[in-house]
Design a protein around this ligand. Structure first.
Ligand code: CA
Length: 545
């Protein structure tokens, strides 16, 4: 994709004006030289009557309307029925004539229909020849199975929501009484969720939440230590959640016994405190083994990075997501794994994905996963158009077609080497660029990427979200400088500098790559600093009962 009109403001740009953001000269950003719209970059938008200066897309055009920041302005007259082009693709069709200089808002655009899943170009683009990127390392925790953790966390798996309150009390006690005794352990986390009982556990799609929970327990940040708290009578019994052979045994126990479990209904428990003491006693040997671990230098190829966006605006696809995409290409060159996701946000660009698949089999897997998701949405009588939020639209994203184009640039330009169905875990040989087929919901996407084996999470946001996970560091990338300024102690990276003309996409991509290695080595993100943790949210497409 050719990025045009990006970056520096035009000739005559006065450096002294940089100090006062409100007095910046009018700046528009166009994603491709064939586009007939550009977005307004200035904080606060631009008033009607503004003349777009020389050197910016639309130079010489006078704005007919006030155009809010991040919203589109017509660069030329667009006839009724003509395509509105952004990213060199139609994001919709003009419902009436749109003159040059007009604000192109969602009410002026008819959304294009979703591309059929038949007749797509399948693995038609030869994978780009990439120059390997050697010599980059981080300090991580090597696990027995070869995976590498970026944090050293004791996770307590739960089979059912019923035990969550008890586990909360136990986790608080472990944090205050035991963690000080095991200073190399970063944290203790109860893997709590709303699944486990009152659900149709034998329904065809029930394998998704069950596998998700199983595979989260095996996330590389938990060091292969598995302990379970169960109620006793729930549908999701411990040995169904973690069948023998599906998890590592760190102690000398017989694997046929299933996972080490504290069962609250066990007759040995008399009184609430006996349950808590039992969980604490069970945690101690796990904490001791985790505490004995030390970080060691490992190659950057051991990163398993999940990327997603949330609270998107029109800048997401201009600044943060292209920078993440550049970084994604660096990660692929370094031999690492990078996952992108969010079915409803890529659906309108499905042909771009199938074209970029490394093999026809990968292209078919993309079609299979997105087809399954189309049918899942059909059952609820919605389609992918239900994705866009009021905040997206206020931020300038007219519809899901426009949002998709801006979302997919997170994946960079590498060939897609694997497709991962929801709930599954990546095998060690599944490296490179992976499409992990998940819903776009921030919490569900993050939860499924944790199950896939993510050890680092990159999250881009334009409207702003304080999102974080207890299980894995989350690096948040702001799309706009205004957000980065206001949320200075929540955003880890300001990709808005790209729109301000202060950094290029490659510069931001390299900066992010460096930050990934630092955070993987133990540097805390803002979400970790403030202990901002969102709940695990399992994707359960099966019925509840
Ligand atoms: Ca999302």
């Amino acid at each position: 994709m050719a990025f045009m009109g990006l970056g520096r403001a035009g000739p005559g740009f006065d450096e002294t004006m940089m100090t006062e953001t409100t007095s910046r000269p009018p700046l528009t950003i166009r994603m491709h030289d064939g586009d007939n719209v550009a977005i307004v970059a200035n904080d606060g938008g631009l008033p009607a009557g503004t003349l777009l200066p020389a050197g910016v897309p639309g130079a010489g055009v006078t704005l007919r309307d006030k155009v809010p920041q991040g919203h589109k302005v017509a660069l030329v007259d667009i006839a009724e029925g003509a395509p509105v082009l952004r990213y060199a693709v139609p994001i919709g069709y003009a419902l009436k004539p749109i003159p040059a200089g007009a604000w192109v808002h969602e009410r002026l655009i008819q959304m294009p229909s979703a591309r059929a899943l038949e007749g797509l170009p399948m693995a038609t683009v030869a994978p780009p020849v990439v120059e390997p990127l050697a010599g980059f390392t981080f300090e991580g925790y090597r696990n027995a199975d070869g995976s590498v953790g970026t944090r050293n966390i004791l996770a307590i798996t739960t089979t059912v929501q019923c035990v969550a309150g008890v586990v909360d009390v136990a986790v608080a006690r472990i944090k205050s009484e035991l963690l000080p005794l095991y200073p190399n352990v970063d944290d203790v986390v109860g893997l709590e969720h709303t699944y486990g009982c009152g659900v149709a556990i034998d329904a065809p799609d029930a394998h998704i939440p069950i596998k998700t929970l199983r595979h989260i327990s095996l996330n590389p940040n938990f060091g292969g230590e598995v302990m379970v708290v169960s109620l006793g009578c729930e549908k999701l019994q411990p040995d169904r959640l973690l069948p023998p052979g599906s998890f590592p045994i760190a102690d000398q126990r017989d694997p046929a016994l299933g996972p080490e479990t504290v069962c609250l209904q066990a007759e040995s428990h008399v009184g609430f405190m006996s349950m808590i003491e039992d969980i604490l006693a069970s945690a101690k040997p796990h904490l001791a083994r985790l505490d004995a671990r030390r970080r060691e230098t490992v190659p950057a190829s051991e990163l398993v990075v999940g990327v997603q966006c949330g609270g998107s605006d029109a800048f997401s696809g201009v600044t943060a997501n292209p920078a993440v995409g550049f970084c994604a290409d660096l990660l692929v060159r370094a031999g690492a794994t990078i996952m992108f996701s969010e079915n409803t946000e890529v659906r309108d660009a499905v042909d771009q994905l199938t074209r970029r698949a490394a093999t026809p089999e990968v292209a078919e897997a993309i079609v299979r996963e997105l087809g399954w998701y189309d049918r899942y949405l059909d059952r609820g009588r919605v389609d992918r158009a239900a994705n866009t939020t009021p905040g997206n639209k206020a931020g300038g994203l007219s519809n899901i077609a426009e949002k998709a184009m801006g979302s997919i640039v997170k994946s960079g330009s590498s060939a897609i080497s694997h497709v991962l169905p929801p709930g599954e875990k990546l095998r060690p040989d599944q490296r490179g660029l992976v499409y992990a087929a998940t819903p776009a919901s921030d919490f569900i996407c993050g939860t499924l990427q944790l199950a896939a084996g993510m050890n680092l999470h990159v999250f881009t946001t334009g409207r702003g979200t304080p999102y974080g996970l207890a299980e894995c560091p989350v690096i948040k990338v702001a799309t706009r400088s205004d957000l980065a300024r206001r949320w200075h102690d929540l955003m880890d990276v300001n990709a808005g500098r790209i729109a301000d003309g202060e950094a290029t996409i490659p510069e931001m991509g390299w900066e992010l790559f460096g930050l990934l290695l630092d955070v993987a080595s133990g540097k805390k993100t803002w979400a970790e600093h403030w202990k901002l943790h969102n709940a695990l949210v399992l994707f359960n497409p099966a019925p509840v009962t």
